[in-house]
Design a protein around this ligand. Structure first.
Ligand code: CAA
Length: 466
């Protein structure tokens, strides 16, 4: 077995790029259009706007755009990439990977020596891609180059209760040693099991089959299990950090975010876990007025309103200080599926002053229905200058977000119908407006009779970057 000292040091995220659609529908207007009660989507689910793509964009185009932008913005040569992993659940081809489509970007450089293909399990694929990239860096296969972990999805639901929890987006992460964001070694807790909570059995449709209530129960129970396992691993790996793990150990906590309200409830759920894991003698002092839950169990309380409310109140300050800022993009764009949890990371990075994150620990909870889930932690570098430079690379995000175009719910619904009718059509020429796309966006030009897809790019503004 190789000595741990032979591993590259501080493997993690060197650069991160986010992409979201250039158009959105307003959730208040969508409530009215759908005949839902006022406040159901905005307060009940916690969503303000939902980004969506016309038929001009598919998962390949999202990945082409986000990878190009990352390489351009960070001046990375195509020959410097030795592994590229894609996590997605938006399948346009049952055999040909999105990764193989991305190889077009590397053709001119002559670099075909790039390991990695696609990984699929609902919203978890992005985390699997990141773990695979990190594992490669920390293995005997590593050849000294960077890895890229890419995740992208178009999250669309049939008309009905789930539709307002859609969204779309992509994230690319450059992975390498001596990173500003380091994945802490030995601190990954995973829980996987068989469940039919959300799945896509109809290969001719983009829409999932979803059991909303079961999906929430699966999410919360995977959170419980991962958190308890993370605590155990932490105590084994970090015996010097003497006290038992509780939410106090984290400076920020980010989650896969199907809708923001579930994340707020998840912080309450973690607080309930801390309560149960605190000895009864200490509980009264730490958790005043909650003794009525002394005999409550995890299994019996997924939809216990009284308990949920009590721990939402108990954890309100933790949510406000450690999680709320990470929901910015989720609230403004919606569920991105695989990129969702990493859009949480971007949101945190653009919302906190960099100095306040230096040398801090960020807990990450990733969930994919079906199901696969992990909790792990990221350590921010203690090098303030390095981190400031890293964070400043995301200065484009807020201006880009506010430059999006609002579309009426009627138009949104029509564009969804166009996608629905033409999903897998061949030959096909998309009708969505190209002019509405951000500069430097790859889009689908056409699909020929043999289902071969061709892409073009909107002009970039400066230095090849929007
Ligand atoms: N004002 C304020 N709040 C209101 C309201 C109003 N006028 N009307 C309703 N609400 C509240 C409800 O009380 C409820 O909140 P609580 O649960 O806190 O009580 C909330 O709004 C939602 O209302 P419903 O529960 O009635 O909503 P629904 O059953 O019609 O649909 C959903 C909600 C099940 C989440 C549905 O949108 C869905 O199926 N979404 C897709 C599945 C999903 O996102 N699952 C999450 C976990 S799975 C996962 O994480 C993987 C993934 O990405 C998909």
């Amino acid at each position: 077995m190789a000595s741990t000292t032979n591993w590259p040091e501080k493997v993690g995220i060197l650069a991160i790029e986010v992409l979201f659609p250039s158009q959105y529908v307003d959730q208040t207007e969508l409530e009215q259009f759908d005949g839902a009660s006022a406040g159901k989507y905005t307060i009940g689910l916690g969503q303000a706007k939902m980004g969506f793509c016309s038929d001009r964009e598919d998962v390949n185009s999202l990945c082409l755009t986000v990878v190009s932008r990352l390489l351009e913005r960070h001046h990375i040569k195509h020959t410097e990439i030795g592994r590229l992993e894609v996590g997605t659940e938006t399948i346009v081809d049952k055999s040909k990977s999105v990764k193989s489509v991305l190889m077009q970007l590397f053709a001119d450089s002559g670099n075909t020596d790039i390991e990695g293909i696609d990984t699929t399990n609902a919203c978890y694929g992005g985390t699997a891609a990141l773990f695979n990239a990190v594992n490669w860096l920390e293995s005997s296969s590593w050849d000294g180059r960077y890895a890229l972990a890419v995740c992208a999805d178009i999250a669309v639901y049939a008309k009905g209760a789930a539709r307002p929890t859609g969204g779309a987006g992509a994230i690319a992460m450059l992975v390498g040693p001596n990173a500003p964001l380091v994945l802490e070694r030995g601190l990954r807790a995973t829980h996987m099991e068989h469940a039919y909570d959300f799945y896509k059995p109809d290969l001719s449709s983009e829409y999932p089959t979803v059991d909303g209530k079961l999906s929430i129960q699966c999410y919360l129970s995977a959170l419980d299990t991962c958190y308890r396992l993370y605590r155990k691993k932490f105590e084994k790996v970090q015996p010097k950090e003497s006290s038992a793990v509780s939410l106090d150990k984290f400076d920020a906590i980010i989650f896969h975010t199907p809708f923001c309200k579930l994340v707020q409830k998840s912080v309450g759920r973690l607080s309930f876990n801390d309560f149960l894991l605190t000895s009864e003698e200490k509980r009264a002092a730490k958790y005043p007025d909650l003794e009525r839950f002394n005999n409550s169990t995890l299994e019996g309380t997924y939809f216990d309103r009284d308990l949920e409310k009590a721990f939402l109140t108990q954890s309100a300050e933790i949510f406000a200080s450690k999680t709320k800022k990470s929901l910015l993009l989720a609230n403004q764009v919606g569920n991105m599926y695989t990129p969702s949890v990493y859009s949480g990371l971007v949101s945190l990075l653009i919302s906190e002053p960099p100095e306040s994150l230096v040398d801090k620990r960020i807990a990450v909870f990733s969930y994919g229905s079906g199901l696969a889930a992990s909790m792990y932690s990221i350590r921010v570098t203690s090098d303030a200058e390095k981190f400031k430079k890293f964070a400043s690379q995301l200065d484009y995000v807020l201006p880009l977000l506010s430059s999006r175009e609002k579309v009426s719910p009627e138009q949104f619904s029509q564009l969804m119908e166009v996608r629905e009718k033409n999903n897998h059509a061949a030959p096909y020429t998309p009708t969505g407006k190209v002019g509405i796309l951000f500069p430097g966006t790859y889009y689908l030009k056409d699909v020929d009779a043999l289902h071969r897809r061709t892409y073009e790019r909107t002009p970039t503004i400066t230095n090849g970057v929007h």
